[in-house]
Design a binder for this molecule. Sequence first.
Ligand SMILES: Cc1cc2nc3c(=O)[nH]c(=O)nc-3n(C[C@H](O)[C@H](O)[C@H](O)COP(=O)(O)OP(=O)(O)OC[C@H]3O[C@@H](n4cnc5c(N)ncnc54)[C@H](O)[C@@H]3O)c2cc1C
Length: 386
Amino acid sequence: MVMPSFRFAKTSFPSAAAELREQVRQFVTEQEACGSFVCGPGSWTRFDADMSAKIGAQGWIGMTWPKRYGGHERSALERYVVTEELLAAGVPLRAHYSADRQIGPLILQFGNEEQRRRLLPLIAAGKCACAIGLSEPDSGSDLAAMRTRATRVDGGWRVEGRKMWIGHAHKAQILNLFLRTSSTEESRHSGISRFLIDMSWPGITVRPIINLHGDHDYNEVVFDDLFVPDNMVVGEIGQAWSQLGSDLAYERSAPDRWLGAFETLKCMIDELARRPGPRQEEACGRLVAHLWTFREMSLSIAGMLERGQLPNVEAAVVKDLGTAFDQEIPNVARSLFSESMRADLDDDNLFEAVLDYDLLYAPSLSIKGGTREMLRNAIARGLGLR
Ligand SMILES: Cc1cc2nc3c(=O)[nH]c(=O)nc-3n(C[C@H](O)[C@H](O)[C@H](O)COP(=O)(O)OP(=O)(O)OC[C@H]3O[C@@H](n4cnc5c(N)ncnc54)[C@H](O)[C@@H]3O)c2cc1C
């Protein structure tokens, strides 16, 4: 009997990576020095259109796409270097992150030529923020249960319904919207289609969802008689289900999946230098060893993507374990460093601020982008275990 296994091969950076890493670090230092961002609680998740335009001008968005669409024809490993450095430095990336890693690759693979020529250069320039409209009040994991519907009309489609938890729909220019285009009786999975929606069109209402931290990141989006022209369909009508998956490997394995609580970990290590303690040292050593392992796994997936492989199962493993890691860090910090917290009661205590942020955000990490149980289902299926 052949035992199912994962494919994680040791991957090294190409020679161009070291120079690129230095360029990114230089950029980060300059931007921090001129005050265009401050590394702090959840800073990489902030939506900052100016910063995305600056990153686009450096050639660091759409890095692997063809030059004729505004891309830079660089390798997946070079893209990895840029992502890792910007995330670790806490640079605000949200205004281009979904467009760069999900919507751009989708348009490149399944979009029509007009969509490619019009949207990809804007995305690569960091000037077109995109949101993703999948989930509904009664359909999250089970996408086939979605009810928001597009009905065929002359020249396009009419949309009615609502979506939930749509990240930054209130700031995005383009929404990648999943809609039911034929009934579940005809087909449960093959009746879903993907559309690109211009958020300025009439018939769209965006309502804020305020999170535990008091931030407005997510929204309910309601569609009432929204008209979408035919040229905004992505790929074939009814085939969105089969398109899902082609872009998952990068999305699920990128360093944001295990660098989410990096600031808290850095604060723990700084604190250790000031007030050493054996239990704290042991805990930090273990967390850093795990961090390095995730980095090797994530890098290995970038290497497989570079070689044209589709490591979706391995990427699901990185997301599942990586988000559990990001949830563990603030809990370790809270249980082992509370005395340090009490010793420093000044108002602008960075450790306390990032820990507070990470504790409140941690529960969402293993829900968004696919829940823990759904990832484990996918891993089991990929290994042929179910
Ligand atoms: C912070 C955050 C950001 C988000 N951003 C977006 C966004 O930008 N765009 C968007 O479209 N959506 C977004 N979502 C929604 C997210 O994708 C869904 O919440 C997620 O897919 C789970 O769906 P649900 O909430 O309906 O839970 P359900 O699908 O109802 O799941 C409830 C529980 O049941 C478990 N479960 C369900 N089915 C199975 C099964 N078959 N086997 C085993 N267990 C199962 C789940 O794992 C979960 O624990 C976001 C969510 C969060 C929390």
